[in-house]
Ligand binder design. Structure first.
Ligand code: ZN
Ligand code: ZN
Length: 550
């Protein structure tokens, strides 16, 4: 099966923080790199989500057009993901004519299958701004949990989806005036008519694709409440025109068009995009996101596609994380709390160490926490003291005592047993990555690193070399093979570290098929060993904590 990989499209008008980065693009990147190393046919797609009220309002604030806002922030996102070595095959955007064309054609298919209805309703309207206040431009108190800064589309306190009129004490976010209700017509997608069909698909897909637990639970809770018709249009100008008379002043609601972005971003770059998106027999779709995005990907987007009656590639595996918090509180751009993508460069800490920490602390079952001190301690103790130390120590030893030459010698039992144990570990790593258990697999790689350090200690080559130099040479040769194998396994997580290790080994970049092999390099001479990373100074924690809070 081909692997089609997406990460949730980041909304264009924000600078992504570390939580956004681990929640989608970085996790999907690690998996995409693994798939490429396995020689699977892979397409990794992402891009900026650009339509909607937030962009329109930001443009008004900055006195430029929505398109200019999107152009500016699209470049910011692109640059940050480049700094993080995110290996997109395509990084596009939703404000394109392909997006309009595909979203409109999906709408027309839904309409001709009698899945669109029209309803007139009262909606929040700000008389001072003379506009309807969609979703996030009404703020107030959450009716479920009492959180005071809940947005009209979703509460950041409890994560529940909301409608603006649900809020207590609603206020226009632009001018703070209390909005009024005003009559308007909108088109609705009849999710209720699709419930049965969707449900049988979910039951099958969640098993076959081994969905994450939070995705299964969230989806289940939507079914328990019963699906309701959902509005797919909004009174706005920055969006996709609705091809229906009477809707000239309205556009599609961003939740309807945003996931279609995955398809249109592919279509803009690849003429054969249907080989990916309308090819469910040959393509498995893997989607990465944080938990707030789950219902859009397990309920709403698949319903929109299913309702067209066309043969779309639907979600196979959903990988939804919990949240990463910052020093025990929430990341917030408006309050400038947290570490943002563009801060990472100024720390001067190598991006692979950031990737390592974020992936090792990926919030899989529970929310996790970014904390400067923990970051520095874990990078030092779990990576630099472990794999960093092993790489340097073993390769320097091989170079100094055996002119850097690997030897395939007859191995004592201890060495054979060690190799068997390592091979078992590498098999587990492969199985974990196949199941997209990214954190587990990284933990297993670190465990093998620790085994390597212990083996070096236990075999005491510095003593053996005096009495049995072959034994010592066999020990460091086995460890050199181990370092090669670790480089292959860690490449999805730390690509530059892997590349540097291969260079020190004087080997080309090796793929997954070479993982677990401990022979075949007899008489190979390694390159020049260097220290992978210097340990991070503990004092940096305090320095960066202050420096980043500008
Ligand atoms: Zn709430
Ligand atoms: Zn207003």
């Amino acid at each position: 099966m081909k692997k089609l990989i997406t990460s949730a499209l980041p909304y264009v008008n924000n600078v992504p923080h570390l939580g956004n980065i681990i929640g989608c693009v970085l996790s999907a990147d690690a998996y995409a790199r693994f798939c490429r190393s396995m020689d699977y046919e892979v397409l990794y797609v992402c891009g900026t989500d650009e339509y909607g009220t937030a962009t329109e309002t930001k443009a008004r604030e900055e006195g430029i057009s929505p398109q200019e806002i999107c152009d500016k922030y699209h470049e910011i996102h692109k640059a940050i993901y480049k700094d993080f070595n995110i290996s997109f095959d395509i990084f596009g955007r939703t404000s394109t004519k392909e997006q309009t064309k595909i979203a409109q054609s999906i709408f027309k298919d839904l309409d001709s299958n009698n899945l669109i209805s029209e309803q007139t309703s009262q909606q929040t309207f700000c008389e001072k701004c003379s506009m309807f206040l969609a979703d996030r431009y009404v703020e107030g108190t959450c009716p479920h949990c009492g959180f005071e800064n809940a947005r009209g589309d979703q509460c950041d306190g409890c994560g529940k989806l909301l409608e603006p009129e649900d809020l207590k004490d609603p206020k226009c976010k632009v001018c703070e005036k209390t909005p009024v209700l005003k009559q308007t017509s909108h088109l609705y997608l009849k999710l209720d008519d699709l419930q049965e069909k969707l449900k049988s698909w979910v039951e099958k897909s969640q098993k076959e694709g081994e969905w994450t637990k939070n995705a299964i639970q969230t989806t289940q809770s939507w079914f328990e409440k019963g699906l309701q018709p959902r509005p797919i249009t909004r009174d706005l100008t920055w969006g996709i025109p609705v091809p229906r008379p009477g809707y000239e002043n309205k556009v599609f609601y961003v939740w309807f068009d945003a996931p279609i972005g995955y398809i249109s971003i592919t279509a803009k770059e690849l003429p054969n995009w249907k080989d990916w998106w309308q090819n469910p027999d040959e393509v498995n779709l893997y989607q990465f996101m944080a938990k707030d995005n789950i219902p859009f990907h397990t309920v709403i987007f698949p319903s929109s596609l299913m309702g067209t009656g066309k043969n779309w590639t639907l979600l196979h595996h959903i990988n939804s994380t919990e949240y990463l918090n910052y020093e025990d509180t929430k990341f917030s751009k408006s309050r400038n709390i947290g570490v943002f993508g563009d801060d990472v460069k100024i720390t001067g800490i190598h991006v692979d160490l950031w990737r390592f920490y974020l992936l090792a602390n990926r919030p899989e079952r529970n929310d996790s926490n970014f904390n400067w001190q923990d970051f520095i301690e874990k990078v030092n103790s779990e990576f630099i003291d472990n794999i960093g130390n092993l790489t340097n120590r073993a390769l320097v030893y091989l170079q100094k005592n055996f002119d850097g030459e690997i030897k395939d010698l007859p191995l004592p039992y201890t060495h054979q047993a060690f190799i068997e144990e390592c091979k078992e570990g590498f098999n587990e790593i492969t199985a974990s990555l196949e199941a997209v258990k990214l954190r587990e697999s990284l933990r297993q790689i670190l465990a093998i690193g620790n085994m390597g350090n212990k083996f070096f200690q236990d075999m005491t080559p510095w003593d053996k070399i005096k009495t049995d130099p072959e034994h010592a040479h066999a020990t460091v040769s086995v460890l050199t093979y181990l370092i090669k194998n670790i480089a292959i396994a860690i490449e999805p997580y730390m690509p530059e570290t892997a590349a540097r290790t291969f260079e020190m080994l004087n080997l080309p970049k090796l793929k997954w098929e070479s993982l677990g092999s401990f022979s075949g390099l007899d008489k190979h001479i390694i390159g020049n060993p260097e220290i992978l990373y210097k340990k991070l100074d503990k004092k940096l924690a305090e320095k960066f904590r202050k420096k980043i809070q500008r």
